[in-house]
Design a protein around this ligand. Structure first.
Ligand SMILES: CCCCCCCCCCCCC[C@H](O)CC(=O)SCCNC(=O)CCNC(=O)[C@H](O)C(C)(C)COP(=O)(O)OP(=O)(O)OC[C@H]1O[C@@H](n2cnc3c(N)ncnc32)[C@H](O)[C@@H]1OP(=O)(O)O
Ligand SMILES: NC(=O)c1ccc[n+]([C@@H]2O[C@H](COP(=O)([O-])OP(=O)(O)OC[C@H]3O[C@@H](n4cnc5c(N)ncnc54)[C@H](O)[C@@H]3O)[C@@H](O)[C@H]2O)c1
Length: 729
């Protein structure tokens, strides 16, 4: 294996046009600058430099990809082999002109290498960028020092602190590349290299330049710092990137490089970099799905999708229709009444219009939606997404109709948030083709798609849903069937604890502040006001927890075998549904208002509520808020792993990062637990459970206990414990 890898990984050398050395970075799949490639490049570059017949050097990447940067996996170990900083310095100092031929991508260390070259020629479709910040790092092979010396300080700062990738034409405008071609970039680079032989190179060595600055550079950098602080939600890498760029302004190139290295070391050893790099690989791992039956992404083919249907054009159906059309799939959109159909159509067409303008899509996209009240029109579709009200009998009625109206091999998807996929499938004649596709609002924007298989769902249905996720540029995660699946089942406990904290003495502002300081873009009460309190209220009614269908037994504050908070029900009964009614957990300037303010009424109401129910108010501190909200959610994650509803902690973490805005620099709930330390999570759950024995969800899961008993192994090895745990059940 090592031999094959070694053979495949190299900086291949050849001669072109007599006097041009072409060095091809070869390390599939994206030519990362791994240890082996750096070693080989070192030798090859020396050879080209030393060969008197070689007058110029062109560097390119194999398979139409210049370079994906440093090998991220190597950041977890010891650094060895030739340093990238030194290699790039060799390139820049070369007496022979060096030209980078950029095809595909030049990212991170790849772009740094290109900046060390004297010229850069890119294919029109190539992308360049410094994504290091998204991995909790900064460009640390001279990129933070060379880019500001090449382009405006504003653009360099923006690219380095955000990690935004840009197209070759934009890179040309900014001055990052010298030429762009829609023909073969390597051929052009070779021709170009021949033309510049013998021309002076001093002005092309970026390390010799100074950073061009705007007039009041100090206040420019101060403003940039304030803005980054405001938007980084606690992430440290963007601030370090700014410090490095600042050094390019005030220091010599060599001093700047030193600062860059210092900051890189600090970031590399931070938990945030570990979390972000974990997240990078976790996201890619979700594509490699498997089902307990042994079906996997490798052994299952997806069905081609030519046409789809969406039933129900409310909040979700509208976004789903737009997402499908954006992915190039024509949609038949169905409603139950003319008024709803017209309303849905108007919004969808205006959403498509916006997309059309934004992405410069062709007009045909707007014509890809057909609207009807007639389910019989769905005979020819390959896939249906149902997005009607969250009501089991309504969904069953629709699936029964679909079963007789659609073709026998149509994939039938439900966008339910919580309901049993298998019960829905049970009314069809093709239960193997029924699969959950749980989108997140707004469905044309949010990246996550939970793909839920029931006991009878076929691998083909799962593969087709996963392929569709990819086509819609979403992150699909395959999960098993249970109430709320992975995301909402865990989220329920997070919300529940937040309500309990209000009962016990907190106010929404306090809880939200702690969650926002942790890194969530919005606290839970602001989210609830934004989505509408009635969404959860309806789910509670459907589950028989409140309302006309409430299951008998229990009491005002105890239902379904545990403590229950009726606060949300009370607000809904009074018509306080959140932003749309102008009042919810917060007060808004008007119905539909967006700016939350202090809700004095709620604060008084909470005091009265506590008094009425004899609840002893206690001081709820920041630690308690964070632990009570996050640890039960994490605990449920362990239950979900035990039950094999999620195949891995990575899947859970990706669901949380992409569906629930969990701060990416904390990796996701399961990675966060591993960072905090499993013994601490266990102790705290035990502690809170002892104080609140009527909250059964605070009782630690057996998997968590088992992992702690086994010395809290690293997250990557939990799989073995889960397997062993299951085999003993
Ligand atoms: C403690 C003190 C130490 C002090 C030492 C100081 C030394 C300092 C030297 C540091 C030098 C730093 C150099 C540099 O600044 C840092 C970097 O370059 S970091 C890396 C930057 N690059 C990226 O972030 C790119 C990441 N990759 C992508 O965005 C995409 O993969 C892609 C390149 C756009 C391709 O996308 P796709 O075609 O969709 O393919 P996939 O994403 O599915 O990837 C395919 C496959 O490749 C794996 N992979 C991709 N990129 C990398 C990578 N950079 N490293 C490792 N592996 C990579 C990816 O995981 C997939 O594999 P799979 O997971 O499916 O097995
Ligand atoms: N709103 C969210 O944030 C969200 C997120 C994920 C999943 N979901 C789930 O998506 C589904 C839809 O939720 P929503 O928020 O879009 O609801 P919604 O109330 O906004 O829309 C539902 C739509 O379905 C239509 N409808 C009802 N019966 C119909 C029928 N027989 N035929 C055709 N159309 C019919 C209604 O007229 C309405 O327009 C629910 O199952 C919900 O749980 C919602």
């Amino acid at each position: 294996m090592t031999q094959t890898l070694a053979a495949a990984t190299m900086a291949a050398y050849r001669r072109a046009a007599g006097c041009i050395a072409v060095i091809t970075l070869t390390n599939p799949p994206v030519n990362t600058l791994s240890y082996l490639l750096r070693e080989s490049f070192y030798e090859t570059f020396r050879r080209a430099n030393a060969d008197a017949e070689v007058k110029a050097i062109v560097i390119c990447g194999a398979d139409g990809k210049f370079c994906g940067g440093a090998d991220i996996k190597e950041f977890a170990g010891k650094f060895s082999g030739p340093s990238l900083v030194a290699l790039i310095d060799d390139v820049e100092q070369s007496k022979k002109p060096v030209v980078a031929a950029i095809e595909g991508m030049a990212l991170g260390g790849g772009l740094e290498l290109a900046l060390g070259c004297h010229y850069r020629i890119a294919h029109t479709k190539a992308q360049v960028g410094f994504p290091e910040v998204t991995l909790g790092l900064l460009p640390a092979a001279g990129g933070s020092q060379r880019l500001p010396r090449l382009i405006t300080l504003t653009s360099a700062l923006e690219l380095i602190t955000t990690g935004r990738r840009i197209s070759a034409p934009e890179a040309l405008k900014l001055g990052i590349v010298d030429k762009v071609t829609d023909k073969n970039a390597l051929d052009m680079a070779i021709d170009f290299a021949r033309d510049i032989i013998g021309k002076p190179l001093e002005s092309r060595r970026l390390s010799l330049r100074t950073t061009p600055c705007p007039p009041d550079v100090e206040s420019f950098l101060d403003e940039a710092l304030a803005s980054i602080r405001k938007h980084s939600r606690g992430a440290i890498a963007p601030l370090a990137c700014l410090q490095a760029v600042r050094a390019s302004v005030y220091s010599t190139f060599d001093e700047g490089l030193k600062k860059e290295q210092e900051l890189f070391k600090m970031l590399l050893t931070s938990g945030q970099a570990r979390a972000l790099q974990y997240s990078f690989f976790a996201q890619r791992a979700t594509k490699k799905w498997s089902m307990p039956s042994g079906a996997t992404w490798k052994n299952t083919s997806a069905r081609p999708l030519r046409k789809a249907a969406v039933i129900g054009l409310g909040t979700m159906g509208r976004g789903i229709t737009v997402a499908l059309i954006k992915a190039g799939i024509p949609v038949i959109a169905v409603e139950m009444g003319l008024k709803q159909l017209e309303a849905g159509k108007t919004v969808i067409m205006s959403m498509l219009e916006k997309e059309f303008k934004k992405k410069q899509l062709t007009k045909a996209y707007r014509e890809m939606a057909a609207f009807t009240l007639d389910l019989a029109k769905l005979q020819e579709v390959d896939l249906v997404v149902e997005a009607v009200f969250e009501n089991m009998s309504l969904k069953k009625q629709i699936f029964q109709q679909l079963s007789s109206l659609c073709s026998a091999d149509a994939i039938l998807c439900t966008n339910t948030s919580t309901l049993d996929i298998d019960e829905i499938a049970s009314v069809t004649t093709t239960p193997h083709l029924v699969v959950g596709m749980h989108f997140f609002a707004p469905a044309h924007v949010m990246k996550l798609l939970e793909v839920i298989y029931g006991p009878r769902t076929s691998p083909t249905a799962v593969a087709t849903a996963m392929q569709l996720a990819q086509q819609m540029e979403k992150v699909g995660v395959v999960v098993g069937n249970c109430n709320g699946f992975v995301g909402n089942r865990m989220f329920k406990l997070y919300a529940e604890q937040a309500y309990f904290l209000l009962e016990e003495g907190a106010i929404p502002e306090q809880v939200d502040q702690v969650l926002e300081d942790f890194g969530f873009p919005m606290g839970i009460f602001k989210v609830s006001d934004l989505s509408g309190l009635d969404i959860e209220w309806k789910i509670r009614q459907e589950q028989g927890l409140t309302g006309p269908k409430q299951i008998p037994g229990g009491s005002f504050r105890h239902r379904a075998g545990g403590r229950y908070s009726p606060l949300l029900d009370i607000l809904c009964e009074r018509g306080y549904l959140g932003q749309k009614t102008g009042q919810g957990w917060y007060l808004y300037e008007k119905p539909g208002g967006r700016v939350p303010t202090f809700n004095l009424w709620l604060h008084k109401f909470l005091e009265e509520y506590r008094e009425l129910h004899g609840i002893q108010k206690h001081y709820v501190g920041q630690d308690e808020i964070l632990e009570r909200c996050l640890y039960p959610l994490i605990n449920m994650g362990f239950h979900i792993l035990e039950e094999r509803i999620a195949a891995s902690p990575e899947d859970i973490d990706i669901i949380y990062v992409f569906g629930y805005s969990w701060p990416r620099h904390w990796g996701g709930p399961m990675f966060y637990a591993s960072m905090v330390g499993l013994p601490r999570v266990l102790d705290k759950l035990n502690y809170y459970h002892e104080i609140h024995p009527d909250i059964p969800t605070l009782e630690p899961s057996s998997l968590l206990k088992k992992l702690v008993a086994n010395g809290s192994p690293p997250i990557g090895t939990w799989g073995a414990f889960i397997k062993e745990h299951n085999s003993k059940l």
